[in-house]
Ligand binder design. Sequence first.
Ligand code: 8DG
Ligand code: MG
Length: 140
Amino acid sequence: MENVPRVGVAVFVLLGKTVLLGQRRSSIGDSTYALPGGHLEFGEGFEECAAREVKEETGLDIQKMDFLTATNTIFKEPKPAQYVTIFMRAVLDDPQQVPQTLEPDKCYGWDWYAWDDLPNPLFWPLEKMVQSGFNPFPAE
Ligand code: 8DG
Ligand code: MG
């Protein structure tokens, strides 16, 4: 792969006070807990990409999408990579719907985690956001 910055889209899927995380199976951030998401495809909008990636990875249908923030992350390991990542927020169409591990080669499984009791270790870019005080929940 040519060394160019790539665009990632990651989604905070919120259910009550919890957020959906899955343990990655990937050369970047293996075994760490991350949001569903992936690469922006050519011609795609942010919301479109968010809905597609969440559906492909978890089977969940989402709505009420909002843009939250963007980050610029440079990974040195396992090989140099740079991601501008768009972070979206969404809720489920149907709050009864259960996440499925549809890409078992990329994720060990999905679950809901309370924002004040997140699992360890978090995927490094997410860990940085949490440590900076970032909170994906809408102001009450
Ligand atoms: P695809 O080929 O299916 O499109 O992509 P993927 O294999 O699902 O890509 P990904 O690694 O899950 O996501 C793309 C990049 O987005 C990832 O390598 C780095 C960036 N990214 C962050 N934070 C997060 C996060 O919390 N979750 C995910 N999935 N990606 C994130 O900077
Ligand atoms: Mg992914």
